[in-house]
Ligand binder design. Sequence first.
Ligand code: ACM
Length: 539
Amino acid sequence: MNIKTKVLFISFFLLTTFLQAQEKRKTLPIIPAPALATITKGEFTLNSNCMLLINDAILVQEANYLNNYLLSNYGYQLAISTSFIKPKKGNYISLELVQTENKIEEKYELTVSKKAIVIKANANSGIFYGLQSFIQLLPFEPKESLKITCCAIQDYPRYEWRGMHLDCSRHFFPASFIKKYIDMLAMYKMNVFHWHLTDDQGWRIEIKQYPKLTEIGAWRKGSMAGAYDDNKFDNVRYGGFYTQNEINEIVAYASMNHITIVPEIEMPGHALAALAAYPEYSCSGKPCEVGMKWGVETNVFCPTEETFTFLGNILDEVISLFPGKYIHIGGDEVLKDEWNKSAFCLNLMKEKNLKDAHELQSYFITRIEKIVNAKGRMIIGWDEILEGGLAPNAAVMSWRGTEGGIAAAKQQHYVVMSPGSHCYFDHYQGNPETEPHAIGGFTPLEKVYSYEPTPDTLNAEEAKYILGAQANVWTEYITTTDQVEYMAMPRMAALAEVVWSKKENKNYDDFFLRIKLQQDRLNRLGINYSKTAFNEKKK
Ligand code: ACM
C-alpha cells in the first residue's frame, strides 16, 4: 500500500466510523423513550404484501390491533399467519411470545431489520407495547411503501401504575369519547384509567338496585357559567350516565388496550348527587338537589348501618362491572359539619371510642374497606384517608402534595403520586390571558416532565411502595371532549415518560424534539393537543 492509498484508506475508515457514530446518536421518535435503543443500518419497507406472523394463537388480539391501525390509517391490512413459517421471499412482521428468565410482562424487544420486524415478549402486554413503539416509527406517507429505520430496542416500564384520570361528573363525556381517551393512553403506554364516576354534580353509573341514582342523580338543573367568582348559572338541565352495557363494552375495550379501569365512587363526601336521589343516607335526611355549583358540599353520607348496606350494594355492582384490583372510594374533602352536629354521629363516636370526626372518617373508610376486601379487591383513596388513621390495607393517592404519599409509604401502604403541583391537568399550561378559562394553577409541559414520583426522603424499602404516578383531569371548566384532549395533550406524553422511561434516560430537550415530531401524528389521528404547550419557553 503506498502512502496515498494508506491516507485514503484511513480517511475512509474514520469517515465511516464517524457516520456510524452519528447514526447511533440519532434518537428514535418514540415516546416514552425506550430503556435501550440503537439505530442500525438500513430500512424496512412495509406494504400490504407483508406477512404478519404470530407464534401463539393468543396473539391474534395484538395482530388484529395492528391490522385495525393499518386499515384506518393506510387502507390495508396484513395477512395473519399462525403457522409461523417465515417467508423466504418478502418482508414480514413477527410477534413472538417467548419464555425468558425475567418474566416482566410489559417488557419487550423490538428489532427492525431490512427483512423483518420482530417483537418478542413474555406476555401479550409486552407485545402490545412493542407494537406501540413500532407504530410510532411508521411514517404516514407514502401509504403503500412505508420506510422504517432499522433499529434494536429493549424496553420495559419504570413504574407499574401509569395513570390518567377523567372527571365525568362535572361534565359528562359519551362512551365513544371514553374509548378515544383509552386510545390516547394506550399510545403512550399508560395502563390505568381512573374513571371519576360520581360527585356532587352528577352520578354517572347505572346501578340496577338503585335506579334513582341515575333517574335523579345524573341530572342537574344547571351549571356554573364562567368563572367561579362570577357566581353565574346557565339554568340549562345537564346530565347523562353510562349504562352497564356501555361500561361492559368500555371495560372490554380497555382490556384489549392493556388498560385497567379504576372506577371511583366518591364517599363519604362529594356525594350530593347520590343524596339527591336517596336523602335518607344523609345525617339530616332532608331532601336536596344535585349540585350546580363547583366546590365542596357539607351534605355527606351519614355512617349508619343503612348507609353501609346501601354503599355495599352499590359496590357489589361496581365490582361485578370492573375486574381490576383497585376500587377508588374517594375520601377527599369531607366536611365534618353535619357529623359534628348529628346526635347519631356523636353517639357513634362515643360508642366506638373515636376521639373526633377524623377518626369517624377512618371508621367509615375501614367499614367500606372490609366490604371491598371481602370481594377480593382493594381500596384506594385520596390522601385525606390518612387522617384519623389509615384503613389496614388501603392504598393512597397523594394529591395535596407528596406528604400524604410519603407518610403512607412509610406505613407500608401502596401509593400513587398525583400532586397538584405537577399532575393536575386542569391547570393552565400557557398564559392564562390567552388560554381557555381553566381552574387556575400553572403546570406547563416542562414542569410535568420534571416530575420525579419517588421522593428522595424515602429509603429503598419504603420507595417500593410507590406504585407510580397519575395525572388528573377535573372538568369543572372543561366542557367538551375537544377541550379534554387539549388539556391532556401533550402533557400526558410528558407524564408517560416520567412513569415509563428510565430516570437516567430523561432529557427534556430530547423529549421536546420528539413531541414536536409527533405533532403531525396527533393531527392525523384527530387529537386536539395544545399548541400553546409548544410555545412555552424552557424555564
Ligand atoms: C381532589 O382534587 N379533590 C382529589
